[in-house]
Design a protein around this ligand. Structure first.
Ligand code: GDP
Ligand code: IMO
Ligand code: MG
Length: 461
């Protein structure tokens, strides 16, 4: 185990392999600490690339005590001179990008490395309206499954209301969908918006659109708004697939930054309580045009416990003092929406499934410090569903909502871990906890994180 005080440079020393590409993916229901791990690994790569999701993501990075919350802009932006690429698989709210660029500039962050795919789909104001109105309607029609209540396959999703689902749906619907490059072509843009509004206006009225939001569905107002934001972002919009392949041809290395998490993946997650994109490592191919075979290192990020935001089954969820303690110690409130995150013991069954689905070559374990002070710590190593024991994950929301966790109890520790700098200096029980996880998952835990800062990290790669 190599110790990392100034982890960014240590990571480069340990792991720089030019033209080797890496990926960071979430192994749980999001918010695993991907932003921190991407920030660390970015030091050893030439570009950081987002391939999925949109402004539903909230990736926090803490550098020298300053906290940055990134939603659409890749976490690598904090390194001047590196390319920070938003790939074609991302749904881009261009006004959010401007907000983020301006916010970073106000903190003296150089954002000139930002590049956006000309083929990324645009999240328009009516996507956000649709997202919110749908959620409200679903909530009204089925209050028993309102957000946070046990879910059995109906009710609202508890989305971030950032327009993600409607934007991806329109991408598949095709007619009238707007891509980033269209923001630079007045006539094509107007034509697309006109087509789209022909469908959206009656749809949104039916869902309860208010007069206050009328400008968002007015063709002239919307066209002008889109052209204005397009003009602002024009220097950043290009064919990112060509760009990335050009970099690879020059022997440069790329880090792919997954958003959301494997259990929120539209195909492999707890459908329908998922997001609209391919969050897993295979999403890199479709979301950037770089074949996944170019990625030699896939780091799955997991917390030492489990959290979830929004609706859907979560077998290890707790609603007691333990949950409260973990939530407060871990500051478990959403980076994007501020919602309190649901909290529970570590679900190893789910995490092992995610390791498998992603082909993770290693794991980054975060938030180990948060578990200090418990006499006993539980981990879920199997489920019981209708009297049958499952030692593998069941990605079906209805079945999973019936799962009772089979828990294994491990002894806790009292010591503060936030300044521990190597795995062999962890208190005995904390080390045994990490060893237990590693053995169960069957992949090396290569990074252990004990605080939000870069220096609060132990790396062995
Ligand atoms: P992401 O969406 O996966 O990037 O994760 P978020 O940024 O939404 O949430 C993770 C939170 O935990 C952020 O506030 C991080 O600053 C913080 N964090 C990351 N790693 C650690 C850690 O090891 N310990 C503690 N206490 N906080 C951490
Ligand atoms: P990061 O990248 C945690 C959840 C939402 C909701 C569901 C669908 O920060 O880990 P959406 O708005 O995507 O249609 O919502 O997915 N969700 C996340 N939860 N972290 C995220 O991103 C998430 N992105 C989406 O809470 O349950
Ligand atoms: Mg987050």
């Amino acid at each position: 185990m190599t110790t990392s005080h100034a982890s960014a440079s240590t990571f480069s020393d340990v792991s720089a392999r030019k033209s080797a590409c890496s990926a960071v993916v979430g192994l749980q229901w999001g918010d695993e600490g991907k932003g921190k791990i991407v920030d660390l690994m970015a030091a050893a790569h030439d570009a950081v690339v987002r391939y999925n999701g949109g402004a539903n993501a909230g990736h926090s990075v803490v550098v020298s005590g300053s906290r940055y919350s990134l939603h659409l802009i890749p976490s690598g932006i904090l390194y001047p001179g590196k390319a920070a690429v938003i790939g074609n698989g991302v749904v881009v709210d261009p006004w959010k990008v401007v907000e983020e660029v301006d916010g970073l500039a106000a903190k003296d962050v150089d954002t000139r490395g930002l590049i956006i795919s000309d083929r990324a789909h645009v999240v328009l104001p009516y996507h956000k309206l649709e997202d919110g109105l749908r959620e409200d309607l679903l909530n009204r029609s089925n209050p028993a499954t309102a957000e946070g209540a046990p879910s059995t396959g109906s009710g609202n999703i508890g989305t971030t209301r950032r327009g993600i689902g409607p934007a991806y749906a329109d991408k598949c619907q095709r007619a009238g969908a707007v891509r980033m490059r269209d923001l630079l072509r007045r006539d094509a843009l107007r034509e697309r918006l006109s087509l789209s509004l022909a469908v959206k206006k009656p749809l949104l009225s039916g869902l309860g659109l208010t007069d206050a939001a009328a400008a968002d569905v007015d063709l002239n107002a919307l066209t002008d708004k889109c052209l204005a934001v397009g003009q602002r972002l024009a220097p950043m919009i290009q064919d990112t697939t060509q760009l990335l392949h050009g970099m690879l041809a020059q022997g440069k290395s790329i880090l792919f930054e997954g958003a959301n998490g494997t259990l929120l993946d539209v195909d492999h997650g707890t459908y329908p309580y998922v997001t609209g994109s391919s969050c897993i490592s295979s999403g890199i191919g479709t979301g950037t045009g770089v074949p996944t075979t170019r990625v030699s290192r896939i780091i799955g990020v997991m917390k030492a416990y489990t959290t979830r935001v929004g609706s859907g089954p979560m077998p290890t969820e707790l609603n007691d003092d333990t949950a409260h303690r973990i939530r407060e110690r871990g500051r478990e409130y959403g980076t994007t929406t501020g919602r309190p995150r649901r909290v529970g013991w570590l679900d190893l069954v789910a995490t092992k499934y995610s390791v498998m689905i992603n082909g993770a070559t290693g794991v980054a374990l975060t938030m180990l410090d948060v578990l200090a002070g418990f006499d006993q710590i539980s981990v879920c190593t199997a489920y019981e569903i209708d009297g049958k024991t499952y030692d593998y994950f069941v990605p079906d929301a209805i079945e999973l909502s019936k799962a009772k966790p089979v828990l294994t109890s491990l002894p806790g520790w009292t010591q503060d871990l936030s300044t521990v700098t190597s795995r062999d200096r962890l208190p005995d029980n904390a080390r045994k906890y990490v060893d237990f996880l590693e053995k169960y998952l069957g992949v090396p835990i290569q990074i252990v994180s004990v605080g939000p800062g870069r220096e609060q990290t132990m790396i062995a790669m």
